[in-house]
Write a protein that binds this ligand. Structure first.
Ligand SMILES: Nc1ncnc2c1ncn2[C@@H]1O[C@H](COP(=O)(O)OP(=O)(O)OP(=O)(O)O)[C@@H](O)[C@H]1O
Ligand SMILES: CCCCCCCCCCCCC/C=C/[C@@H](O)[C@H](CO)NC(=O)CCCCC
Ligand SMILES: [Ca+2]
Length: 582
């Protein structure tokens, strides 16, 4: 069927020339002298629904069944104020036609175009609501803001309000999922993590693979994940959509946007594998999480409180970090670029990670072969004392840190960014933390390193080594002028090479007198790992990045400035973002 259609349509007493081409639906106001005025152009993929008659859904649904009218609902962008991404709202326009026949032609053509251009739109979704996440508004958010939109788009959803932690994960691991196109969580990063673990585990079970086997080539998950943000940090939502807004996220789900996401597997020899996408953090971020768990009753504020307590406790931890660098010719964590919707680095990675698949459909049948140490260089080993060690598969931007832990990290390039913050004086570390809240470069500090990696190993020192550190005057020891703060060794091809030695006096460390009292308390020898908001029950770990292991109903952060400029230039309200992942 030819999808194109063109005719005059009316909105009130204004006449429009409406055109449906393959990819766009446009309407241009025409004045009395037949001159074109403003055009609105909507990509067909962003049409939410088409209804006969004059239909409204807010504040509640009403249908006036007039036989020459039809209503089009579509995605309309607006600036988000503070955040980098754009807010999406439901746009609505009610057209009148010259005849009922023409009206039926328009609704039929638009619906057919929708089916043709949005193959990933979900029809049936499994929705998990955490009633206790964030400010405990999950149920309200879903029923008042999201469910009416799903209904309008003809999506049927099976909703489960969770009664315990890990219910969603267990459901995905064990129950029948036939007929569902995607899974949605209404909650925060912890709920997303449940879906992540459930879906990855289920996919490996069905592929006959053992996910705990470090040699297993994990299979990408066929079901998409949608996130309706209702948590405390909502980092995964923020970093993949650019705003924390349930309506925006619901619209991305409805139109079947598809954003692949890298996942880091975290293993300890005998323990069950865990997965992380946003923050695998040891030292500061591990301690903040452990402290914050004692204050869950504070809600989202628990992280601010715990962050302050942990910062003042002035801890650092020793350990050995080994990492396998990614190919430096492809990208760098300090190249000042940002991964935005349609990112070319991620698109090229899709070709590299799935060389034999020409479209996303066959992507799921291709086998993974991305972890090939030979092509990415050799393991590097560093040893010393760290304020924190963080590994993130994406920028991990959130409201606290709008550019994130690693602003130039990519969502779907098959790599993670490893940030090593060596022990330093408290004001230096405060400067590092504070830079996360602005556009200042947090990596441009002498005690900070960032590496783009494919895999990481960490081991904490044995009890004896730690004791030796204390004896030479570590953080808890007495003043030692010229004390060696850390020893940075690099092991290449087996030979250990001394790289740097930085002298920091006790006075420098305790430049602020009140901090001296706190820092001179004995530090615990080991911290804990924060794995996307969950404390890991082990310290020594082996991590590997699995490129594009899952897919979200998202498209990455839209460049608001570019869209606004193009609107001004074209007098178009909207442009189509190329989504190379579709
Ligand atoms: N019914 C429930 N009762 C208790 N805990 C639950 C329930 N449902 C889910 N959970 C657990 O609650 C934890 C926290 O939930 P969630 O991530 O939604 O909110 P949050 O911690 O406030 O936000 P964020 O993770 O963004 O910081 C999750 O790890 C999840 O396993
Ligand atoms: C002087 C100002 C200091 C400001 C410090 C700003 C640093 C902010 C960086 C935030 C990075 C968040 C990364 C995402 C982590 C999530 O997977 C996890 C679960 O939701 N959240 C936390 O661990 C919660 C982590 C909270 C850390 C404070
Ligand atoms: Ca990545």
């Amino acid at each position: 069927m030819d999808l194109g259609l063109e005719s005059s349509l009316w909105v009130g007493n204004k006449r429009y020339r409406a055109v449906l081409t393959g990819w766009h639906f446009r309407w241009t106001e025409v004045d009395k002298k037949n001159r074109d005025k403003k055009t609105v152009s909507v990509p067909v993929a962003e049409v939410v629904g088409v209804e006969e008659g004059r239909v409204e859904i807010l504040p509640q649904k009403s249908v006036e069944d007039t036989d020459k009218d039809f209503t089009v609902f579509y995605v309309k962008r607006s600036s988000s104020g503070g955040s980098y991404g754009l807010l999406w709202r439901l746009g609505r326009i009610q057209f009148s036609c010259a005849s009922r026949v023409l009206r039926d032609q328009w609704t039929k053509h638009l619906r057919t175009a929708l089916k043709t251009h949005s193959p990933l739109r979900p029809h049936r979704l499994l929705v998990f609501i955490n009633p206790f996440g964030g400010k405990k508004k999950g149920r309200q958010i879903y029923h008042s803001l999201v469910a009416p939109l799903f209904e309008l788009a003809g999506i049927s959803s099976h909703v489960i309000v969770t009664e315990r932690a890990n219910q969603a994960r267990d459901h995905l691991l064990k129950k029948d999922l036939t007929g569902f196109d995607g899974v949605v969580c209404v909650g925060g990063d912890g709920m997303f993590s449940e879906l992540l673990h459930g879906l990855i585990g289920r996919t490996q079970q069905e592929a006959g693979l053992c996910e705990n086997d470090p040699a297993a080539a994990l299979q990408p998950c066929p079901l998409h994940i949608g996130i309706i943000p209702a948590g405390s940090t909502d980092c995964v939502c923020y970093a993949t959509v650019g705003v924390i807004d349930p309506v925006t996220s619901a619209l991305h789900i409805i139109i079947g946007d598809s954003q692949p996401l890298d996942v880091c597997s975290v293993r300890q020899s005998s323990a069950r594998v865990r997965y992380s996408v946003s923050l695998l953090g040891y030292g500061f971020y591990g301690d903040v999480l452990a402290e914050s768990e004692k204050h869950r009753w504070m809600g989202p504020l628990r992280y601010d409180y715990s962050g302050t307590v942990v910062y003042l406790s002035n801890r650092s931890y020793s350990g050995v970090v080994q990492y396998l660098p990614a190919d430096p010719l492809l990208s760098s964590p300090r190249d000042k670029t940002r991964c935005l919707a349609g990112c070319s680095v991620c698109s090229r990675s899709t070709e590299r990670l799935f060389p034999h698949s020409s479209d996303s459909g066959s992507l799921y049948s291709s086998h993974f072969s991305q972890f090939s140490p030979g092509s990415e260089g050799q393991w590097v080993s560093v040893e010393g004392r760290f304020r924190c060690i963080s590994l993130t598969c994406m920028s991990s931007s959130c409201a606290r840190s709008p550019l994130g832990l690693s602003p130039s990290a990519h969502l779907a390039d098959g790599t993670g960014d490893l940030v090593l913050v060596w022990d330093t004086h408290p004001l230096g570390f405060l400067k590092f933390l504070h830079r996360h809240t602005s556009t200042q470069d947090q990596f441009d500090l002498p005690f900070v390193e960032v590496h783009r990696v494919k895999a990481v190993r960490f081991s904490a020192p044995s009890g004896r080594e730690e004791q030796e550190y204390e004896e030479i005057g570590g953080l808890s020891g007495e003043t030692d002028e010229g004390q060696r703060e850390y020893v940075d060794t690099v092991s290449r091809n087996g030979s250990r090479q001394h790289l740097a030695e930085r002298a920091v006096t006790h006075e420098q460390k305790t430049a602020t007198p009140f901090l001296c009292g706190l820092c001179c308390r004995k530090s615990p020898a080991v911290s804990v790992w924060n794995c996307d908001g969950e404390i890991l029950p082990f310290t020594d770990i082996v991590c590997k990045i699995h490129g594009q292991l899952v897919r979200l109903y998202a498209r990455g952060i839209e460049d608001g400035a570019a869209i606004r400029n193009s609107e001004e230039r074209d007098e178009c309200q909207r442009i189509c973002i190329p989504n190379s992942f579709k």
